[in-house]
Ligand binder design. Structure first.
Ligand SMILES: *Cc1c(COP(=O)(O)O)cnc(C)c1O
Length: 333
């Protein structure tokens, strides 16, 4: 929908905020006494895993759906996602009363398929890899005139995620360090754009898993590169950034001050910490900010906000982590 030449701006984030008003939850910002004591500076958690559908992805998806021109609304949207983006698109499309098709490979577990179908999307199972599912999505774009919505490399999606950044600086007026999970970079690009527009000195730190850190490796290479995808407790942080990345790579390079990578055992420990100390159930991908603080990989300098951005963790995996598992293989054993 967005022209490749169009760019995300603070004006676009403000428009997204107006568009989304009353449709999404304003999620709470709460203090973390244990992380504050550990780091010696006030640490707050942004409970975005309380967002409807269980993740921030609903912000970008809803903004993308509501930004569609009339003709495109009639044809509907298509996405390739087995996780939070798929849930967000399905919910956003159902709310707007438009068609939504989510394409997946035959390897996706039935429980994930049903979760997205239950939100009102049509499911197309195609091939046995994400790439083959994407072929089907592209066919729907070409033949049915549907609009494909990227989970991170799309101006309307990035602008929608930016509304989270506005909310944070309004709730935490004195924030100096903002720690955000990083994968394709749509979340951190939007959040950094919006938050730095209000607080230019803000330090924005992106954290991802050590296994297959596509954005960090791309930043180091100076261009988008492919990385091997390995199963991780932070499954929502998997996948590449796209060799033809048009927006998020450039924005992350310009707006993110530091990055860090956390190991699987550190993610497991952070999921346990979130549950025991903060009383929060978070998925691995949403625990990486806490992991980075606990492991001393990111310094909390000044008042710090850690974004917890997703709660869609398999309950069996969660229980195994609480019982001491330190890797996905162990948690599934
Ligand atoms: C999608 C997702 C991310 C990563 O967002 P990007 O915009 O791809 O960087 C992080 N955490 C959760 C829970 C997600 O669903």
């Amino acid at each position: 929908m967005a022209e490749a030449t169009e760019r995300a701006t603070i004006g676009g984030v403000e428009e997204a905020r107006t568009r989304l008003a009353g449709r999404l939850r304003t999620t709470p910002l709460v203090p973390s006494p244990t992380l504050s004591a550990l780091t010696g500076t006030p640490v707050h958690l942004k409970l975005e895993h309380w967002q409807t559908t269980g993740s921030f992805k609903l912000r970008g998806a809803t903004n993308a759906v509501l930004s569609l021109p009339e003709a495109a609304r009639a044809a509907g949207i298509v996405g390739v996602s087995t996780g939070n983006h798929g849930r967000g698109l399905a919910h956003a499309a159902a709310e707007a009363g438009i068609r939504c098709v989510i394409c997946m490979s035959s390897l996706v577990p039935a429980v994930k398929v049903e979760a997205i179908r239950a939100l009102g999307a049509e499911i197309r199972i195609h091939g046995d890899s994400q790439d083959e599912a994407e072929v089907e999505a592209k066919r729907l774009v070409a033949e049915a005139g549907m609009t494909m919505v990227s989970p991170f490399d799309d101006v309307a999606v990035i602008s929608g995620q930016g509304t989270l950044g506005l909310e944070i600086v309004e709730q935490a007026g004195d924030v100096e360090t903002l720690i955000v999970p990083l994968s394709g970079g749509g979340l951190i690009a939007g959040v950094a754009l919006a938050a730095k527009a209000r607080r230019p000195d803000l330090r924005v730190v992106g954290v991802t898993m050590a296994r297959g850190a596509a954005m960090i490796e791309s930043l180091e290479a100076g261009r988008p590169v492919e990385v091997a995808e390995v199963a991780s407790l932070a499954d929502s942080l998997g996948g590449g950034i796209g060799l033809d990345n048009a927006h998020s790579f450039r924005m992350v390079a310009a707006l993110v001050d530091e990055t860090a990578r956390v190991e699987e055992a550190e993610i497991a420990e952070a999921v346990r910490h979130a549950y025991r100390e903060e009383r929060q159930i978070v998925e691995g991908g949403a625990a990486v900010g806490i992991a980075a603080l606990l492991a001393g990989k990111v310094e909390a300098r000044g008042p710090t906000v850690v974004v917890l951005n997703g709660g869609n963790i398999d309950m069996g995996v969660h229980l195994a982590l609480l019982n001491g598992a330190n890797a996905l293989e162990e948690a599934r054993a």
